[in-house]
Design a binder for this molecule. Structure first.
Ligand SMILES: CC(C)(COP(=O)(O)OP(=O)(O)OC[C@H]1O[C@@H](n2cnc3c(N)ncnc32)[C@H](O)[C@@H]1OP(=O)(O)O)[C@@H](O)C(=O)NCCC(=O)NCCS
Length: 188
């Protein structure tokens, strides 16, 4: 009788243990940071989540530059502009995703429109944005690297970008990637 009692007690303990293990694995799975994937955005993927990211960037830039208005109308115009650029192959957009959720993007353009003969084929990095809660994890760096790779594949020999002097975080990011100041922009 004592033996059966002990056996039942052991089985209950084993069952409880396996439930606790499953529950722990479930909790771990839910809190585990998701892998961030950087991919190229296709025209049909430029929708509301990307627009929201642009609005996030526009709001932050408006605080320091007071120029492009972070309005819904402008966000819609930007989406149209990006779609057209992707279709023409002049622009490209790299997106960082956590699961299915876009958490950052970089937008770049290449163009041979300049009418004069030049020594370099220049590509421009126009926007880089990462949601505040995802910053400091190397996502911005990966997004810019992805743009540079894409530019190189299109024959670009020099990458250019403009950044506000007050935006010291972004300046540090670009310096880290080997960008250097080559001219000053002036405003009166
Ligand atoms: C600028 C921005 C894109 C950086 O994205 P991020 O994912 O946080 O950057 P990363 O984690 O890849 O950091 C890359 C480098 O930037 C620098 N950096 C990033 N965050 C920094 C901070 N808070 N302070 C100082 N340097 C910082 C570091 O040199 C870092 O390299 P390290 O980690 O090897 O030292 C992000 O802060 C952002 O979206 N800011 C608002 C929008 C913006 O300013 N865009 C640029 C417009 S030109």
């Amino acid at each position: 009788m004592e033996g059966i009692h002990l056996l039942v007690k052991k089985r209950i303990q084993e069952t409880l243990h396996s439930y606790i293990c499953v529950a722990n694995a479930f909790v771990w799975f839910n809190v585990m940071p998701k892998e961030i994937e950087i991919s190229e955005c296709r025209t049909e993927d430029v929708g509301d989540p990307i627009k929201e990211l642009w609005l996030g960037l526009a709001h932050e830039m408006f605080e320091i530059e007071h120029f492009t208005i972070p309005s819904e109308a402008n966000a819609n115009r930007w989406v149209e502009f990006v779609r057209e650029g992707l279709v023409s192959g002049r622009n490209f957009l790299s997106v960082a995703k956590s699961g299915r959720e876009p958490v950052g993007y970089a937008f770049a353009s290449v163009s041979r429109d300049f009418p004069l003969e030049v020594a370099e084929f220049v590509g421009s990095i126009n926007d880089v944005y990462v949601l505040p809660e995802f910053r400091g994890k190397g996502i911005g760096k990966r997004l810019v690297i992805k743009c540079i790779e894409k530019m190189k594949a299109k024959g670009v020999t020099a990458a250019r970008l403009a950044v506000l002097t007050e935006n010291t975080t972004a300046v540090k990011l670009y310096e880290k990637l080997g960008f250097r100041i080559y001219r000053y922009g002036m405003l009166k």
